[in-house]
Design a protein around this ligand. Structure first.
Ligand SMILES: C[S@@+](CC[C@H](N)C(=O)[O-])C[C@H]1O[C@@H](n2cnc3c(N)ncnc32)[C@H](O)[C@@H]1O
Length: 261
């Protein structure tokens, strides 16, 4: 079951969430005319593609109507368009030189099998560049799974969508082949967050969203109780310091481009 996204909640940590997108683009060495941003979300990062490649047109695609509406409302660039769509159904038009996806593929079950097909859509000079969170074993997610799997929440949280991703070596193995150069790596960012329960506010906009939404639909009081329990567990795992709360966040990156680029 896929819950919808809340652009406002997601954009709370827009600066921190932009880091992997910028670091990903730094490793892309092609000169695209047409760029596709798969799972573009509210479109806050898509304009960075035009800043980096001013001559290129950009299309952002996202499955969430709320996210696409926000992206369209904020867009002022005639060379950037957005549409609602499932990235699994994406096929390149006559020209597509660069496909970018930031923090979206982890929501697509079995996305590893999708990658060679995405790369095949690109011609000579093409590039597929993506990043995914690599923090699903971190306390923020382990505590979420543990708490959501216990009563009284378990009855309402079974079968919910759950993000997942692979290690860099697995992505490299899926995409490396003759004629392609693949660069895969990982980074752990130490985000310094401020304000009350910042880790809860961070995950409420992303990984914890399906659980919180499902509980809220059953009973807002049940969601509030879960949030209080989860917040207490997160405070113990990520203790606030005088200078703020440190959230270590591992990200996984992969850039595959044809050797002719
Ligand atoms: C965490 S947000 C990332 C947004 C943006 N790329 C960024 O880096 O800020 C994940 C996005 O992936 C989208 N998404 C998830 N599954 C998708 C699918 N199958 N097709 C298209 N978009 C999808 C969600 O709707 C959501 O907007």
């Amino acid at each position: 079951m896929a819950a919808d996204w809340d652009p406002q909640a997601y954009l709370r940590f827009a600066d921190e969430r932009s880091r992997p997108f910028v670091d990903l683009l730094a490793r892309v060495d092609v000169d695209p005319r047409q760029i596709t941003d798969l799972g573009c979300g509210p479109g806050q990062l898509t304009p960075l593609l035009r800043s980096r490649w001013p001559a290129a047109s950009v299309e952002g695609i996202d499955a969430s109507s709320e996210m696409v509406q926000r992206a369209v409302a904020d867009n002022t660039d005639p060379l950037v368009t957005y549409r609602q769509g499932d990235l699994r159904a994406w096929r390149a038009g006559p020209i597509c030189d660069l496909v970018v996806s930031n923090a979206a593929l982890q929501w697509v079950p079995g996305h590893l099998d999708l990658l060679p097909g995405l790369a095949d859509e690109l011609g000579t000079g093409g590039c597929l560049a993506f990043s995914v969170p690599g923090n699903f074993a971190a306390p923020s997610h382990a505590l979420l799974r543990e708490l959501a799997g216990a009563e009284p929440y378990a009855a309402h949280t079974a079968g919910l969508e759950r993000p997942a991703a692979h290690d860099p070596a697995t992505y490299l193995d899926a995409l490396a082949r003759p004629g392609w150069r693949v660069d895969a790596w990982e980074s752990t960012y130490l985000h310094l967050l401020t304000g009350p329960d910042p880790v809860l506010r961070w995950v409420a906009g992303t990984g914890a969203r399906p659980v919180l939404d499902a509980l809220g639909e059953v009973d807002p009081a049940l969601r509030a109780r879960f949030e209080a329990d989860y917040a207490a567990a997160l405070r113990a795992a990520y203790p606030p310091r005088a200078y703020g709360t440190v959230l270590p966040f591992r990200r996984v990156f992969c850039v595959a481009q044809t050797e002719f680029a």
